[in-house]
Design a binder for this molecule. Sequence first.
Ligand code: LAN
Length: 728
Amino acid sequence: MSRPALTRPLRSEKFGLERTDPLRWRLKTDKVGRLNWAYIRDDDELKRHPQTPYEKHVLGLETGLSEFPKAETPYDAALNGLRFFKELQLDKGLWACRYGGPMFLLIGVIAAHYLTKTPVPEEWKIEIIRYLTNSAHPIDGGWGLHSEDKSTVFGTACNYVVIRLLGMPPDHPVAVKARTTLHKFGGAVGCPHWGKVFLSILNLYEWDGVNPVPPDLWVLPDWVPVHPGKWWVHCRQVYLPMGYLYSEKVKAPLDPLLESLRSELYTTPYDSIDFSKHRNNVSEIDIYYPHTKILNFVNSAMVICEKFFRPDWLKKKAKDVVVDLIRKENQNSDFLCVGPINNVLNAIVVFCEEGPDSKNFLRHKERFADFMYISEEGMLMMGTNGVQCWDTSFALQTICTIGAGDLPEFRETVKKGLEFLDNSQFTENCVPGSYRDNRLGCWPFSTKDQGYTVSDCTAEALKAVLMVQKLPHVETLISDERIYPAIDVLLSLQNRGSFSPGSFASYEKIRGPPLLELLNPAEVFGNIMVEYPYVECSDSVVIGLSYFRDHSSYRRDEVVRAINDAVAYIKSEQDVNGGWYGSWGICFTYAAMFAIEALSYQGEVYANSEVVRKGCHFLAKRQEADGGWGESYRSCETLTYVPHEQSQVVNTAWACLALMLAEYPDVEVIKRGIRLIMSRQQPNGEWKQEGIEGVFNRSCMIEYPNYKFYFPIKALGMFAKKYSNASL
Ligand code: LAN
């Protein structure tokens, strides 16, 4: 049973839960877009820094922004939308983002605080409890893998521990309800692997009931096909510190609160449980990717090896290699790490290795806050340290595409946005020996500090920079010489040889065989072991390189060849119905927009391309009676188009953009979509939050709240420019 939309009043209010004063929260940022929410207790400071419209917006307060007469034409609607969206830009030029959705992250940061005896700030405790109360399932009181998911053992066990460690008593109705659901599922013994790891770190589960995470693999020569250096970067960076913690059996000292939790999480007394029998006990409700037989065999073999055949020198050697790589990851990302999981696991490792007062651990502690985000519903933990560059790139592209970049009221917005991208470009490569590729000249998804480039993030930022720098009033900040290295990296990222030639993966080229997926131990995610070819990433690179091809002759032949090969791959990925499966947005509508945009830049449109025609028919067939499109997140899980109960502004914008870029001849179809987008616009130009927009690893959804602004604005503006701006 998936979760109904959030209702008002919030559940935290019904329970009379304590809350902090929303007027005291301020978002601090710097020129590379760090996002830190601070709770200001000093009244003078509060007065000196009045809340910005963005802060008010995300806290659910009245923004006081202007209202406009109802837009009659699509262009007026686009401009009203942009007027609202422009007010959300931060003074450093970026757009901030509440990047929530995954519900398995808070346990990590709270476990890291607990084990290292780092106090959790009071205002975090209050707001995290409030968030978890508001996001619990309204009927069974549990939590799932993500905020719209049914309840699962993973979500419920982990978040139950969080509320209890943060001070909620076990007899509070919120805790009672969640615990009852957890027991109904059979208790925390049915947790998936990652949940078992977190519980073990907290001494709430036993390490011998956790499937092995051998750090020893890192000692293998690099050429071995299963060497972790060939895995997808998220996978290898998570299993790196997990390997250390597993091998060293790190756990928090037992205390009365943990003793009590031991008696709450299970249906039988803790001491009576033989944890080693529960290694493969994973609740049915949690499983997305079941163990393969070969994984079970390998796990059993590893348990025996670890017990009887693992010499101490190997354990020690593996530990040294892992610690060295963790230090490099910290150095390359200024302690942010590639994501929220290895951020907290690395912090625990550094604490164990270097102690509580070490410089490195102190830096880790400062970085926890970069993932914590306040919202109307409370405080959540984000999937990354933000979406800064990605959102800013699309915002700038939107402004340019609809021809608003020259309007005096948006000039400052564009200028500041470009300055942010200027500050965010990588100026250094990673330290040698980190298993990382070149990044010089590229852009990240979030911030320069975080240090990871993604093929499509560089391509979309490149497109934004080129578009903005073409505007007559904009000074060129990023010279061609600074763009060339980005082109070099993009070209080097294209897959060649036996792994989906022509395609682009996410962070790196595909390094390891897809067969490694048979050893995916995570149970709840699909496609995590190695890089895969992605249609959307390939589309964005084609789009970025096409812009560049028209701008400069640098490595022209190779650029053209890269585009052609990627286009061939994109075409080959279209399914028989004409759709493309989207891996990072929900789902077919998302991928269709990117694919058709990429093809349109090669002159392929409805009139001359069978692939584009099929893509258009796929979309047109799925238009709802109200003129919109609505796609459920179930599309991502099932790999087939599943309609949402209601049409969604964001899906509608994607579908309309795809059809317009394709020059779909039946303009009436597009017009009906545009009308739906206009009908949902609020008097101040904004659109209200609807269903969740993004996804990763097929099963976990993630929020992209800014999508509901820039994609509809782009669709409205494009419609007005391409067809007519007559009243609709
Ligand atoms: C992201 C967010 C951005 C996303 C796009 C740029 C949109 C995509 O086109 C390429 C892949 C990428 C960079 C991406 C990869 C996986 C991420 C980092 C995430 C979805 C955000 C959170 C997720 C990360 C894996 C979450 C932590 C969970 C694990 C399974 C390790």
